[in-house]
Design a protein around this ligand. Structure first.
Ligand code: RUB
Length: 306
């Protein structure tokens, strides 16, 4: 698929979830590098930067998108000088992008394995939205016979919870769909909350689907551990340098039809920030860490942007 098609898919959310958008962007850049026809390396580099900027404009919150693009275009951020030909650059971008995609795949397997060890036998767990990383942990724990039931929130307004419950039901995992406002009603029955992340700031704050912070607050009050499953490419290098994570505001029509509510202001922030004190552990492919250790991964991707 072309960069335009992938960018459109990410904006319209037919491609969604922090890891998937990063992988789709990396894959689109690899494809673009493969298809490039010109023979001037500087023009090629500028073309790739332009494609990357287009992909970056699609969704602002998930740092995985930036990091996936940074990892794939690392060769053009490096000291290339005037030595590179189009062929050199093409090969380097393809290798870098494919390595990112391969690592992302392997990361999910490690996260599932490590995370499943933190789930107790006979657990009832709650999840929010639709996170591949969180579901990998839950599914692996179920395979090991540790999960009795999953409670999944609807995740208004987009209702990604429907994707979650369908996926779990297909795998024959007992699952209950609840509305977002029922979290506190059920929280005392939970043994753990398992969620994903779009971005983890250098201070350990977890930015994930709006509502995550309320669930973490309820879990904290009820002494239910909150486990965040996230690949290390969800850690934000920019926040180390003081950058604030932009919270995406999506179309108001996702909440209600504004025409039916004249005189009413509507807001639709789609992510929120959970402070590190409300997160017990972050499960990464490189091990399980305290949110207070987030800075150690935040620096890895650098802050270059095309
Ligand atoms: C998805 C969401 C997910 C994270 C992590 O939001 O908040 O919890 O992206 O997902 P949206 P994953 O539907 O708005 O993209 O673990 O799959 O990367």
């Amino acid at each position: 698929m072309t960069v335009e098609a992938i960018a459109e898919g990410i904006s319209s959310m037919s491609i969604r979830g922090a890891a998937r958008i990063a992988e789709a962007a990396a894959g689109a850049l690899v494809q673009e590098a493969k298809n490039y026809k010109g023979d001037n390396a500087l023009e090629f580099e500028e073309h790739m930067r332009k494609c990357a900027r287009k992909l970056l404009q699609t969704r602002p919150t998930a740092v995985s998108l930036k990091n996936g693009i940074r990892a794939t275009l690392k060769p053009i951020f490096g000291p290339m000088g005037g030595e590179w030909t189009v062929e050199d650059l093409r090969k380097a971008i393809i290798e870098a992008g494919e390595a990112f995609l391969e690592n992302a795949k392997r990361a999910l397997e490690s996260i599932a394995e490590y995370g499943s060890k933190r789930i107790k036998q006979g657990s009832v767990v709650m999840t929010h939205c639709n996170s591949n990383a969180a579901l990998s942990v839950i599914e692996k724990a179920f395979e090991k016979g540790k999960i009795e039931r999953v409670f999944a929130t609807e995740s208004r307004p987009w209702r990604q919870g429907h994707l979650t419950v369908r996926r779990l039901a297909l795998k024959k995992i007992p699952v209950t769909l609840i509305v977002d406002s029922a979290v506190r009603h059920f929280i005392n029955e939970m043994d753990a909350v398992v969620v994903g992340a779009d971005t983890i700031a250098s201070n350990g704050a977890v930015i994930n689907k709006v509502g995550t912070s309320q669930i973490a607050l309820c879990a904290n009050e009820a002494r239910v551990p909150v486990l965040v499953a996230a690949e290390t490419f969800k850690f934000s290098p920019g926040t180390l340098e003081g950058e604030l994570v932009e919270i995406e505001e999506r179309d108001l029509g996702e909440v209600v039809d504004p025409k039916e509510f004249p005189g009413v202001d509507i807001a639709n922030p789609v992510f929120d920030a959970t402070p590190p004190d409300y997160v017990d552990v972050i499960i990464t492919e490189r091990g399980i860490i305290s949110p207070h250790a987030a800075y150690q991964f935040a620096a890895e991707f650098g802050t270059d942007l095309p």
